[in-house]
Design a protein around this ligand. Structure first.
Ligand code: COS
Length: 389
């Protein structure tokens, strides 16, 4: 792996940093308090070419490499996890997935409009009884004699669900009911502005990601034409898992951003706060915290960049992505907890941003596969291939 960044990578890092620091960070606290992300940010991200990410220019994309995309998520994550989460779902889970599995017609119908921000996407896998056990979904697709489908079921925790125009929805196909659970799953690209589709905010107030749009979506005999199947009947579980390989890397990169912001906040606080007659940064216990935070950040960064770099080489990255997601989110959780402690009483209030980082980071440890799930993916692979390096 080459540790020197090329011109394009430096460009995307700088574009994302400038946007994140000058536009997003300025309003992050307000978004957290109001619970809304202004949609103008979506248009701005589109104009900067961020939403088009790795997609080809012929489909409205920006042709950045996956390492550059990791920099974009890292920079957005430094400023606001809700905005980073919006983009990871839209650009990685949905757009990269349609680009991999879609027909030419599906790609040209949806991807340019998504790259320019006109159409927002969401990914509808999770259900009340199917979280970690993704193959146990109950949403059903009934196939008619003419080859069309009807969709019935309920999806929850769908990020971007109320603002999206399209969703990738995973359902079990009735004609495949004699197959194994995961072999019945089929993915559909569903237009959400249909009267048979009900959408609402998730009940309750969330710990973090308060400017994210998390929806419950209900389908009742929703008609779907045959051209909306994504990746072929019965391939939906593979579509879902491969999309998560993109999304999990985005989450891991976002965790780097939160971790970096915790460190930055702690360094500045350690330099300005005085106790016992000197800067708290002069005390070895505080120095130990800062050193651990920095060492674990560097380790996370190497793991995230390794997975992105391998993806750019066309190598399989399922395990490396799970390692990056697991390690980077756990390390950032610890860093955020230490950051609140280091700030003392001030860290416990939203006077300082570490309180928001602490609430937000917990979400990254859970969504797109909890730390437990990432450990399952890693362990299964090393048991299957004991000499894995
Ligand atoms: N890419 C492509 N295909 C994949 C894949 C991937 N990353 N991971 C698994 N598959 C394939 C397998 O190869 C297998 O295919 P075959 O039937 O041809 O052998 C099939 O999918 C089933 O895989 P597996 O047996 O591993 O499925 P499990 O039901 O045991 O599930 C876990 C595996 C637990 C890893 C999976 O359910 C998972 O990731 N759960 C978490 C879901 C999640 O992240 N939810 C959050 C929703 S988004 S916020």
């Amino acid at each position: 792996m080459d540790f020197n960044l090329n011109k394009d990578q430096l460009h995307w890092q700088s574009v994302a940093r400038d946007f994140a620091q000058n536009r997003v960070a300025q309003i992050a606290r307000e978004m957290d308090e109001t619970g809304e992300m202004p949609l103008s940010l979506v248009s701005e991200m589109a104009e900067l070419g961020l939403l088009g990410s790795t997609l080809p220019k012929s489909l409205g994309g920006s042709e950045m490499d996956n390492l550059s995309l990791a920099f974009v998520y890292e920079e957005l994550g430094r400023a606001c996890s809700s905005v980073r989460g919006f983009m990871t779902v839209h650009s990685s889970l949905v757009m990269q997935c349609i680009n991999t599995w879609g027909t030419d017609e599906q790609k040209s119908r949806y991807l340019p409009a998504m790259a320019n921000g006109e159409v927002i996407g969401c990914y509808a896998l999770t259900e009340p009884e199917a979280g970690s056990d993704a193959a146990s979904i109950q949403t059903a697709a009934k196939k008619s004699r003419l080859g069309n489908y009807e969709l019935t079921g309920e999806k929850i925790w769908i990020t971007n669900g109320n603002i999206a125009r399209i969703a990738i929805v995973f359902a079990k196909l009735d004609t495949l009911s004699d197959k194994k659970h995961h072999e019945q799953v089929t993915a559909f690209i569903v237009r959400l502005n249909h009267p048979e589709i009900k959408r609402m905010r998730m009940p309750g107030e969330e710990l973090g990601h308060r400017a994210s749009d998390h929806a419950k979506i209900i389908f009742r005999d929703t008609p779907l034409s045959s051209d909306l199947v994504l990746g072929g009947e019965g391939n939906g579980f593979k579509v879902a898992m491969s999309a998560l390989d993109h999304g999990r890397l985005g989450v891991a990169a976002g965790a780097l951003g939160v971790h970096q912001s915790c460190l930055d906040a702690c360094v500045s606080f350690a330099n300005e706060r005085k106790q016992f007659g000197k800067r708290i940064g002069d005390f070895e216990m505080i120095q130990s915290t800062l050193a651990e935070m920095k060492a674990s950040l560097d380790a996370s960064r190497l793991l995230v960049y390794r997975a992105a770099w391998m993806k750019d080489q066309g190598l399989p990255t399922k395990v490396e992505t799970s390692i990056a997601k697991y390690f980077a989110t756990e390390a950032a959780c610890k860093a955020a907890s230490e950051a609140v402690l280091l700030h003392g009483g001030r860290g416990y209030s939203n006077e300082y941003p570490v309180e928001r980082y602490y609430r937000d980071i917990k979400g990254l440890q859970i969504y797109e596969g909890t730390s437990h799930i990432q450990k399952i993916v890693i362990a299964r692979e090393i048991l299957r291939e004991p000499g894995l390096r």
